[in-house]
Design a protein around this ligand. Sequence first.
Ligand code: G4P
Length: 526
Amino acid sequence: MNLVKEINRRKTFGIISHPDAGKTTLTEKLLLFGGAIQEAGAVKSNKIRRSATSDFMEIERQRGISVATSVMAFDYQGRKINILDTPGHEDFAEDTYRTLTAVDSVIVVIDVAKGVETQTEKLVNVCRMRKTPIIVFINKLDREGKDAFDLLDEIESKLGITVTPLSWPVGMGQRFKGVYSIFERNLKLFRPHGKQDEEDVIQISDLASPELEKHVDPAPAALLREEVHLIEEVYPPFDREAYQAGDLSPVFFGSAINNFGVRELLDCFIDIAPTPLPRFAEEREVKPLEDTFSGFIFKIHANMDPNHRDRIAFLRVCSGVFQRNTNYLHVRQNRKMKFANPTSFMAEKKTVIDEAYPGDVVGLYDSGNFKIGDTLTEGEPLHFKGIPSFSPELFRYVNNMDPLKTKQLNKGLEQLMDEGVAQLFTREFDGRKLVGTVGALQFDVIQYRLMHEYGASVAFEPVNLHKACWVVAKNDAALKEFSARRRQDIARDKDDNLVFLAQSAWTLKMAQDNHPDVEFHFTSEY
Ligand code: G4P
């Protein structure tokens, strides 16, 4: 059957890293292999360079790039690979968390000199929670860096994952000679700037063979034998099932800029990475092979042109086949919708598609109907899980500076919140609106976009809050009593859920201690 064939040839993944570790460079090399781009430099870095130009220009530049690189699809050896872009900047971390709900596996890029950095830790945490299979690529071996064993220890302890190296470096920096593939038992010699040819790969099934000394000096050859021996003693052997269950992460070494170790990574990836996995809806598990179509929106991108209010909603297909011009149920709105121009992305090229399969991401033009987390089906009322809102940590009051534009302001705020730029809370007792974010840059984004896209002018007023947490209770009376006692600190989120605005860690603790029947949640999904 066509559906089985299409599902089995798909791999949908994300590349995650701390900024500057080499995510963009690696993405570009992968696209080059897939023929999706022809030359280096085609994939623009989506890094926010705060100092380069004014912040606003930078935000717009970044938005332009991020729509172009949201999904990069290409064919390689008969497989269809979908790379979902994840912003590296920490202020956009929520965007990345949500994108991680739409992938089936990830590649984590680590800079050999810097080791595990904060952003990598946060993102891998989310992967671990979701049991997403992880492959680690240690990059920049052409530079001096940390000792490979120390690095593996650091990865295990900081990221909380179990690793097994599938390749091993021979030297690094000036002395970098290449990598020995433990997976394929061959030695690949390093030539800078991507000048690799077939002769550079030497099969050495048994490392004891004197063949090794023909290519590597005696001292590094002896060290390689010793280290590979140690690896085989200390690390678990590679196990596909353990990897796919998220319990074991293979590690590769290379240099993305020199295109070294990238093909090995890609070849191994297409061999071992999972094909599209089932997704969980509140009602039941949804398997890709089911006949009927279903999917969810994990990202919404506003149009760059302020004259056009339309947006692109990114849908991950979860089951069945998505088809153009076919009526689907928009579950939250309980109404049928069809799409005349569903779009797929091929690096920088956009094309209208007729159909899409599980694992694919489709761009749907939207005039304001979608919110992040929305589900489309052929009729079944499913609600996909796993798109949480995280408890924001920075808060400001929104002050309307132009009362004549109140309608525009409300519309703009609503749409930006649907896109997931930030979270809006309305305090119950005085109706004041507060915006909560995970990163300070979001306030600039909101202010700028409200002005440029909606003609509304706001000023943000600082407010000292520790955390917003969602409150529920099995016992209605307990919740009522809590709300009444804490009247000043109670707000509603955009979906009308009850939220407690804790002024400090201490007030939060007091509230928890004094109201044992009330549950306090730090993500909106519980
Ligand atoms: P990111 O998307 O993870 O933020 O990283 P990006 O690929 O933009 O790479 C960050 C910097 O690291 C870039 O240098 C890039 O050229 C360099 N780089 C990537 N891979 C390697 C590697 O294998 N070896 C070495 N030595 N450097 C590598 P830049 O100077 O910041 O930018 P550019 O001027 O080169 O574009």
